[in-house]
Structures are given as C-alpha cells and as structure tokens.
Design a protein around this ligand. Structure first.
Ligand code: SAM
Length: 206
C-alpha cells in the first residue's frame, strides 16, 4: 500500500474517540465465538491483523489467552489500545506497527484474526501480498477467523471502497489451501445506529 494509505489510517485514528468509529463494538462477539470454537489452548499464538483499537485483545486477555499480537498500520490506534489495557495485562500483548501487505512475520501463529481489513484490499496485487503474509504467518493446521462486509453490506467504509464477500466467495478468493469450517452472519449496529451486514468465517489452513 502507499504512503497515502498509511496517512489515511493515521488521520482516522489520531486524537479520535474510537467509540465513534463506525466499526466500534463494545464486545466483538462473533470474533470471540469463532476463536473459542477453534478450540486452541490458552497458550495459542493469536494475532489480530489490523486490530486497531478493537476490544478483542482485552476480551482475549480476560479469557486467559496470553500470547497475543496486535498489528496495525496506524501507530495511534495501537497506542490507544495499549493504554486501555491494565498495566499487568500489557505484557501479554505484542504490538506491531506494520502494513500487513508488506510485513515479514518472524513467527507463525495458531490463530490469525482479521475483522474488516482484508475487505479493503480492492487491488488483486494487494490481496496476493496479504495472502503471501498469511501463508508465512499462519501455521499449517492453524485457524483463520475473518470478518468482512457481506454481499449485501456497505460498498464503502471509512471513505474507501471495499470488496464484499460471502463465505463461499471468500473461500474461492483464499484458494484451496484453506478449508472453510463454519461461518456466521452479523448485523453490526454502528454508533450512529446504521446496520451493516458482516460475514464471519473460520478456515483451517490445510
Ligand atoms: C475498519 S478498521 C477495523 C479495526 C478492527 N479490526 C476492529 O474490528 O475494530 C480497519 C483497521 O485496519 C487498519 N489497516 C488498514 N490497512 C492496513 C494495512 N495495510 N495493514 C495493517 N493494518 C491496516 C486500520 O488502521 C484500522 O485500524
């Protein structure tokens, strides 16, 4: 992605109250449900890609997971999420500021979570770059939990165009290396009371 992309996300997060962002959720219910259904141990390596200021990290730490990484392109988002966590919990989380399409994972994860990041990749070359990172960063047998706008979801988010998916079209996009295990729908209600359709899917890397 280019510098304008990084600046866009920095601007979105800089000095903002994150509870006003359209994707804000007090509790990330579908993500948590699918991660728990993956059945991994509390010592599983979990990464939230494009985690931003999501409360997923807080919820995972509270549930006893203790090897969590949050990656985001926007440093202000990571700082806000870090500050929110009680001090004794911060040590359980690694924070990485990086562009997921360019990042070099130095370890592989048991669970790769992405809510509302992959769907911004409208260029095939960016999706290929993401999938290359996924291949390097997710262990064989590992779980990919991914939430995107559903087929009837919005066409844009944060002023940017998105690609919408069904679990099936996402499976086609990801290729035969990933087996679709389950999926669910969510009608997400934004802070301005607009309903947005999401699909969440869990895949296993073969
Ligand atoms: C719509 S928000 C979703 C945030 C979070 N996943 C959630 O559910 O609350 C998209 C997030 O992806 C981050 N992002 C966008 N492009 C990215 C990229 N290429 N690499 C890493 N993070 C990116 C943004 O900074 C933002 O925090």
């Amino acid at each position: 992605m280019d510098e304008r992309w990084r600046q866009h996300w920095k601007r979105i997060h800089d000095g903002k109250d994150d509870t006003d962002l359209s994707w804000y959720q007090r509790t990330p219910v579908p993500s948590l449900r699918l991660i728990e259904r993956a059945g991994v141990g509390k010592d599983a390596r979990i990464i939230d890609v494009g985690g931003g200021t999501s409360r997923l990290v807080d919820a995972l730490v509270h549930r006893g997971y203790h090897d969590i990484t949050v990656l985001d392109i926007a440093a202000p988002a990571l700082e806000l999420a870090r500050q929110r966590l009680p001090q004794d919990m911060r040590a359980k989380v690694k924070w990485i500021q990086a562009d997921i399409t360019e990042w070099d994972p130095d370890e592989a994860y048991d669970v790769w979570h992405d809510r509302a990041v992959f769907h911004f990749l409208t260029e095939a070359s960016d999706r290929e770059a993401y999938k290359q990172r996924l291949r390097e960063g997710l262990k064989p047998g590992g779980h990919l939990v991914i939430g995107t706008f559903a087929l009837e979801g919005p066409e844009r988010c944060s002023g940017l165009p998105v690609r919408r998916y069904s679990p099936k079209s996402l499976a086609v996009e990801l290729g035969s290396e990933y087996e679709l295990i389950e999926s669910e729908r969510e009608d997400h209600r934004t802070p301005r009371d607009v309903v947005q359709s999401f699909q969440f899917s869990r895949f296993i890397r073969r």
